[in-house]
Ligand binder design. Sequence first.
Ligand code: SF4
Ligand code: SF4
Length: 364
Amino acid sequence: MEEFKNCKLCSWECGVNRLEGETGVCGVGVPEVAYCNLAQVLRSYSVTMLGCNFKCIYCNAYRISQYPSTGWFYRGYVEAPALASEAIQRIKSKMGREMGVNKLSFTGGEPTIHFPYIKKVVELVRAEMPGIGVGFATNGFMSVKTLQQVIEICSYVTFEIKAFNDDTHRAVTGAPVEPVLRNAEYLIKNGRSKIRAFRTIVIPGINDDEIEDIAEFIASIDPTVPLRIIPFRPNYILYYHPGPTRERMEEIGRAVSARSGLENVWWGGYYPVESARRAVETAQSLEGMQHRGAKLALAYSRLAGCISTTRNCGECPLRANCPAGLKEPWLLDLEARAKPGAKLKSSKSESEPEPKPRPGFEPG
Ligand code: SF4
Ligand code: SF4
């Protein structure tokens, strides 16, 4: 934990003693945990760390990333051995085994600002579970020294590039782009096998004309690196800014795929401006609800897995283990298109592909 005493873990290189309560740009002293969870989709024990060295105006986790200034309170500092034994216990638990959890993953906020702590937790867990995988999701602003250690201990890395031009990157995140591009190149050249994917979020009118530049930059280093292009969802300072339409996502995805030179480009999703088609179709056939709005609301629940025709959870036999969960509207529409007689896109999947497990090793 010595690195916290003269903290230069990321490219801000603040040089503050975080163990004595000093804070740098990230505003965080000792490493603090927001929460942990078993993540079914990722088959992972996921640790969400507090704080971030960026201030992205669209951050969907801003109550975590902008800690402590947001006034929310979380778990806080947890001794590394305590977090490690908790992780082992939960991975081995009945729920962990049923989910097939085989990895630890670290996200935030920005996990690199706590890297020495994360490294300690990983060492302790691996002492008991040598084959456990380690996933890491980052904004790419760490120091090269930190990046070298990320490559060393992680099984897969998800690396986000938020803009290509320096002024756009600074306007979106509050930080320059040069360290991010430097680290992207370093990671590709020195840790290619650890890359799960690069990702970039499309913000209409802000960075949407820089996605091709990002893709060409990656392709100029290694055209086999996967790039995931994801739609912005209105949040935080951009709460009233629109997300990209389906047409704009298609336009960007096809252009990047055709022109950048990258071999593995995935894009999907859009910002819905109207009700999901399948929910509207389902609502038309529903009985048990009288009003138009009630039928549509019931349709969404039904499509998400709810078995009730009355939405009376107090009488539901599955209420202790409710099967209904989040369903993205574009997935609802995809399923509508997948019905017999409907046309499906052939170029790519609408749901982000699951990572292929790598030897020894999860997504961000
Ligand atoms: S992690 Fe980065 S922003 Fe935070 S104190 Fe260290 S160098 Fe500064
Ligand atoms: S880097 Fe990620 S966690 Fe940090 S402010 Fe930006 S979007 Fe939020």
